[in-house]
Design a protein around this ligand. Structure first.
Ligand code: MRU
Length: 345
């Protein structure tokens, strides 16, 4: 993938500032923990797997200047760093999964010197980044088998290269299908309020020569009723043990519409997005964001500035509306409560 969404370069985290796309392809070098926290919070870097990688590399920025050999002091610093990064966004479990991995790597090596522990932490963060690349490819391989010549697919938000270290989740399926010579089309929902579909997915798919058509979110039902959608592919921010899935707000609407029109609805997500501690989607924390995101469209006011706004960033799609999960370990089909824990351990 030519798009390097997130990298570790010259001792800083280099990200594509996604708030500037598609008008500008601009990089942002995050040299300290506050900058990467803000980058996650403000969606300069976004998408569940990319947020996880940003969190892991963020730990490096948080601890790298810790002086001396005081292990107790270092543990305190590490815990503070992890807690701070975890406070950036609540829904994508990949962030907490990555932070936990970082903590575990340090805590299981506390007998070593601090420079060595720091070295191991960088190794762990880079491992998380590299693993994401191969995971994307595996999901894409499994998912591409679901796409046939002549299919028209629908997607929402951005679950592509911009949301991961490589191929993406849902969009990776399209990239792989294209490489295999499949002829298909994609409709991308614009994804109000922050327009990840319009700004990011349509840009990304165009850049990779995928036949993409952008629609306003409220066009999806009409398209389905006209028989113009064969399959829906979406990413995920957190999947509970029973298969209930949190993803960008509006995903649940699409799943319901797909169910009504008998269109297969697939979730493409790595195991790091599954949260088996949660029995159902009821316990998934949903991020609520500021009113300005709805009042304004690309910083331009489109509503009364004092109007009350309800702005959840995610919704939960009930598992019964999901045909299958595409993971790096293969497809998971219903019954999810039995099959998810068997595949994702
Ligand atoms: O608020 P965002 O842009 O971070 O939301 C992202 C999504 O909802 C994606 O669909 C999800 O993280 C999967 S990304 C591979």
């Amino acid at each position: 993938m030519p798009i390097a969404t997130i990298e570790w370069k010259n001792n800083c985290i280099r990200i594509i500032n996604q708030t500037k796309l598609p008008l500008k392809l601009e990089h942002l070098d995050c040299r300290n923990i506050k900058t990467i926290w803000k980058a996650i919070k403000e969606l300069q870097v976004r998408g569940a797997p990319a947020i996880g990688i940003a969190g892991a590399l963020g730990v490096i920025l948080g601890i790298k200047d810790f002086p001396g050999q005081d292990i107790e002091g270092f543990k305190k610093k590490l815990d503070q760093t992890v807690k701070y990064l975890a406070s950036s966004r609540p829904t994508a479990v990949n962030l907490f999964w990555a932070l936990e991995r970082m903590k575990r790597r340090a805590y299981s090596n506390l007998n070593l010197s601090l420079p060595k522990i720091k070295e191991l932490l960088l190794d762990e963060a880079l491992k998380i980044l590299e693993e994401d690349k191969s995971i994307c490819r595996k999901m894409a391989d499994y998912g591409a088998k679901l796409i046939h010549d002549g299919d028209t697919c629908l997607t929402v938000c951005n679950a592509g290269a911009l949301a991961t270290a490589d191929y993406g989740t849902a969009l990776g399926v399209f990239y792989r299908a294209k490489e295999k010579g499949r002829v298909f089309k994609v409709f991308a929902c614009e994804t109000r309020p922050l327009l990840q579909g319009a700004r990011l997915t349509s840009w990304e798919l165009k850049e990779h020569n995928i036949d993409v058509t952008l629609i306003a979110d409220n066009t999806a039902g009409y398209l389905m009723k006209e028989g113009k959608i064969d399959k829906v592919f979406a990413g995920a921010d957190r999947v509970a043990a029973n298969g209930d899935t949190a993803n960008k707000i509006g995903t649940f609407n699409l799943a319901l519409l797909s169910h009504y029109h008998q269109i297969p609805f697939y979730i493409v997500a790595p195991s790091s997005t599954f949260d088996l501690k949660l029995k159902s989607g009821k316990s998934i924390p949903i991020e609520h964001r500021k009113p300005q995101e709805v009042i304004c469209l690309q910083s331009k006011k489109v509503a009364h500035s004092q109007v009350k706004v309800y702005n959840p960033a995610f919704d939960v799609t009930l598992h019964k509306f999901i045909r299958a999960f595409v993971t790096e370990k293969g497809l998971i089909k219903p019954p999810f409560a039995k099959n998810i824990p068997n595949v994702i351990r």
